[in-house]
Write a protein that binds this ligand. Structure first.
Ligand SMILES: *[C@@H]1O[C@H](CO)[C@@H](O)[C@H](O)[C@H]1NC(C)=O
Ligand SMILES: *[C@@H]1O[C@H](CO)[C@@H](O)[C@H](O)[C@H]1NC(C)=O
Ligand SMILES: *[C@@H]1O[C@H](CO)[C@@H](O)[C@H](O)[C@H]1NC(C)=O
Ligand SMILES: *[C@@H]1O[C@H](CO)[C@@H](O)[C@H](O)[C@H]1NC(C)=O
Length: 838
């Protein structure tokens, strides 16, 4: 439209000029007249370009643009197609991204189409012979209709005389989406008209026609989100839990969106509104049935994938059959729920899980009990029954009363009430979820209630998990508090966090700041995966680089007591401990914000043939000393004894000057007073760094940290990993090899071949001897960190080292097998932990 009008204006001006003064349009006064009037004309034209008035039209080549310039509507040809479609796209985004197509199934074959608004309020697409190719509908007739492209990406037809009549629209494109959901759209059902608003994929990149995949809010049973291929369900999210549809597409506590869910006799719909209008995002379903949320990032000029569904094999609908549970972490992916067995054991072994599982013990109806299964995605609720006004206990009674009731759960976790019941003896499409998982109570024969087997394990794990949860939530705060003093003034100036009122020292970051800094935790920002969650790189608005550790879900309880307790721990600070800039605890998201370490972790450099050259001996010795001092501080100098429990090269971060910083206190455990030893039921740590008494008996003490430190020293000297070390002459591991050379007086042969260490020989020999002292079999023989620091500094006598613990690989494997079954499977340097706390 602009172009069209502009052409006319220019032609008119040229004509005027020509007719008055011949061809001399370069004459100064002609030109100034032109320059004077041109902006005025332009303003008038551009002011009107977001609408089409009654009787007016736009033709191929013309467009209308929403008032803020975000969206544009006009004619286009997708991909390699020559067909013409009327569609809408983002105007200011360099990658043309079509978000809506009017005549998706009815293309024009030439560029002579016209989009016209006719009385009493209908948009029609006319071809060259004035035949109607496509038209909108009007819910009522008005005298002066107007079609307007809104800044939200909604094309509406409204009553032009009704100036604030945004509510009372005649028609809107948001009711007829194609493959894209834009913030502000409502997906769902109008039960009165029987109309559903849902997304459906394009046929191909060249054809926006209705494809086979679709994305629905399905109210059958209880509302869930479904991806369908034709009518078959492919993936499912939900059911609605009162706050969101649990699962990836609805991030918890996402401050950039406000969610609305409406359900009554007339309608059910789901809407997310963008809180910040400048934020550009869209949700699509593509031609392979993958639904994705995308966010535009100006800095990189590209769409960043925020999440994708299906995300993994467990998002495949009903993969594991009835009472089967899918777990991406395990192999094979399907397991029967506890106390269930495969219905078709032969098929199950062949990975044919379709027959699912059945109860180990049949129900007897009378005297049945309910067992709780937690941390799962609730089963398909299409054939469920619900009542919003019941309590969980009434729900249980209701289920107990009817023998065909299989399971029940709470309907609304927000209000903490309601009842959702499954009547068929089939619960399908269950998966384990580490985030957002829920609990369900499944009917069982009374004899299963206290039968041993896995149950004790469940209880045990549950209690360990809750302990870890407390430790973890404690630690996040601890780290927070600890950081305060260092960065308090700096951060206050930046105004980046709000403080806890009771503890003005706690630096809390706002979730929105973190989301922005990390591109919404995009995959490309991911630095790695630690023991207790992934780590992302981020850039704060002022340009400061940060690393964000997103802790897995933890217990919300006891936060207040912990805060008090942690005020003490907050006093901890040391230049060889990694700096924490703050934390973010919002909803049940907890994150730690660290200073970003440009040189990443020690293992990345040390065990890389090329990069290890960056570490000459003085640097290595500096690193050894730094780690020793950091650990000494944790063990002795701080008011509370901290045992790290997972000291390894991957947990030593290096700053720009290669100063070592101990990180990842996810496994640390604080002790009051002089308690120095404790026993744990479940070994936590990394094989290769674990002391024998810890790996075998679960005994940990500051001396188990000393052992890990010794391993680290020998690795730094040799540039080789203890785990996976091999030598042609013998089957010893790095510790055994170092000890053998030491006994034979050939210690210097252990040193990394790339090192020029001649002039530093005494330091090298001393380090090796200290390393060997630290890895001695008997914990009592190992030195404390304070003597380690002294010995490294060449003060005092260094005793002879005795035989190390775990000095052959077989040694290690044998003890691992006796201690834990996971151990044999995990040969890589991964921290072994318990199931995530919930
Ligand atoms: C919309 O158009 C269809 C067919 O063109 C018609 O069946 C339907 O009743 C119309 N709806 C309204 C609200 O006018
Ligand atoms: C749909 O998205 C998935 C995931 O990004 C991608 O692998 C697939 O190729 C896409 N399908 C099409 C037809 O573009
Ligand atoms: C359990 O019930 C099934 C189906 O009703 C039956 O086939 C099976 O024999 C029963 N098992 C036992 C141990 O009673
Ligand atoms: C049990 O529930 C089923 C399914 O809702 C229903 O058909 C049946 O009548 C109920 N039985 C009793 C005894 O209430």
């Amino acid at each position: 439209m602009i172009v069209y009008l502009l052409k006319k204006v220019v032609l008119m001006l040229v004509y005027l000029v020509k007719s008055k003064k011949g061809m001399r349009i370069t004459a100064p006064n002609d030109l100034s007249w032109f320059l004077l009037i041109f902006p005025l004309i332009f303003q008038v034209i551009s002011g009107a370009t977001d609408s089409i008035e009654a009787g007016k039209s736009i033709r191929d080549g013309e467009t209308i643009v929403s008032s803020g310039g975000k969206f544009e509507l006009g004619f286009f040809s997708p991909g390699n197609s020559r067909n013409r479609y009327v569609g809408m796209w983002f105007k200011n985004i360099t990658v043309t991204t079509v978000v809506w197509v009017a005549n998706r199934d009815l293309p024009l074959t030439d560029n002579l189409g016209v989009l016209k608004l006719i009385q009493p309020g209908i948009l029609v697409l006319l071809n060259v012979t004035n035949g109607t190719v496509w038209s909108s509908n009007a819910s009522r007739a008005v005298e002066n209709p107007v079609a307007q492209l809104l800044e939200s990406g909604n094309l509406v037809v409204r009553d032009g005389n009704d100036h604030d009549g945004q509510e009372n629209l005649l028609w809107q494109s948001f009711d007829h989406p194609t493959d894209t959901y834009l913030p502000g759209m409502s997906l769902g059902w109008n039960f009165v008209t029987g109309k559903e608003t849902y997304l459906s994929s394009w046929k191909s990149n060249d054809d926006p026609g209705t494809g086979e995949f679709s994305f629905h809010l399905d109210p059958t049973g209880y509302p869930q989100l479904l991806i369908r291929k034709g009518s078959a369900v492919q993936s499912r999210i939900g059911p609605w839990n009162g706050i969101r549809f649990p699962g990836p597409p609805n991030p918890k506590e996402d401050p950039t969106y406000s969610l609305t869910f409406m359900m009554d006799d007339e309608k059910v719909y789901y809407r997310s509104d963008s809180v910040d209008g400048s934020f550009v995002s869209r949700y699509t379903i593509n031609q392979s049935g993958v639904s994705q949320r995308w966010t535009w990032v100006d800095r990189t000029r590209g769409w960043v994938l925020y999440f994708s569904l299906p995300a993994d094999i467990c998002d495949t609908y009903n993969l594991c059959g009835s009472f089967g549970s899918c777990n991406v972490g395990s192999s094979p992916s399907c397991e029967c729920l506890d106390r269930f067995v495969p219905k078709d054991p032969d098929g199950w072994v062949r990975a044919d899980w379709s027959n699912g599982c059945v109860r180990r013990t049949n129900l007897s109806c009378q005297g049945d009990v309910f067992l709780k299964y937690s941390g799962i995605k609730l089963p398909d609720a299409q054939r469920s029954w619900n009542k919003a006004t019941m309590t969980l206990d009434e729900c249980r009674q209701e289920c107990l009363r009817n023998c065909s009731c299989t399971a029940y759960t709470q309907l609304d976790i927000n209000k903490g009430n309601g009842c959702l019941i499954w009547y068929e003896d089939q619960l399908i499409d269950i998966r384990t979820m580490t985030q957002d998982g829920q609990a369900i109570y499944i009917r069982m024969a009374a004899s299963e209630a206290d039968s041993g087997g896995k149950k004790r394990e469940v209880v045990l794990i549950a209690s360990l998990v809750s302990v870890m949860g407390v430790v973890l939530s404690g630690l996040s705060l601890f780290l927070c508090l600890w950081k305060i003093r260092k960065n308090d003034s700096k951060l206050s100036k930046l105004g980046k966090y709000k403080c806890d009122e009771k503890h003005p020292d706690l630096p809390f970051f706002n979730l929105s700041v973190i989301l922005k800094a990390t591109n919404h935790f995009s995959q490309s920002n991911k630095l790695g995966e630690g023991g207790f969650g992934p780590v992302y790189k981020g850039v704060l608005e002022e340009g400061q680089e940060i690393a964000v550790k997103r802790l897995s879900k933890e217990s919300r309880q006891g936060l207040d007591e912990l805060k008090t307790e942690l005020i003490f721990i907050a006093k901890l600070q040391h230049r060889n401990l990694v700096k924490i800039l703050g934390c973010c605890i919002q909803g049940d998201e907890s994150m730690l914000i660290y200073e970003y370490m440009p040189n990443k972790s020690l293992d990345v450099i040390l065990f890389d043939q090329t990069k290890s050259r960056l570490l000459d001996w003085p640097k290595r010795f500096h690193i050894i000393n730094g780690i020793a001092r950091g650990l000494l501080y944790l063990h002795q100098d701080s008011r509370l004894r901290i045992i790290h429990r997972d000291l390894k090269a991957g947990n030593i971060l290096l700053d720009a000057e290669m100063n070592p910083k101990i990180s990842d206190f996810g496994l640390a455990r604080s002790f009051g007073g002089n308690q120095t030893e404790a026993q744990t039921l479940h070994v936590v740590g990394t094989y290769g760094y674990m002391s024998p008494e810890y790996a075998v008996e679960g005994l940990f003490s500051i001396k188990s940290d000393v052992f890990s430190f010794g391993v680290l020293v020998l690795e730094i000297v040799s540039g080789k990993r203890n785990r996976g070390f091999s030598h042609s002459d013998h089957s010893l591991n790095l510790l055994g090899h170092a000890w053998k050379l030491y006994k034979e007086g050939r210690s210097l042969e252990l040193v990394d071949a790339s090192l020029d260490h001649k002039i530093y020989s005494p330091e090298v020999v001393r380090s090796i001897q200290v390393g060997l002292l630290c890895v001695q079999q008997n914990p009592e023989d190992r030195p404390t960190m304070s003597s380690v620091v002294l010995m490294l500094g060449n003060e005092g006598e260094i005793p002879q080292a005795k035989k190390p613990g775990f000095f052959t690989e077989r040694d290690v494997l044998a003890s691992q097998n006796s201690s834990s079954t996971d151990a044999a499977n995990s040969r890589n340097e991964v921290t072994i932990t318990m199931p995530e706390p919930r």
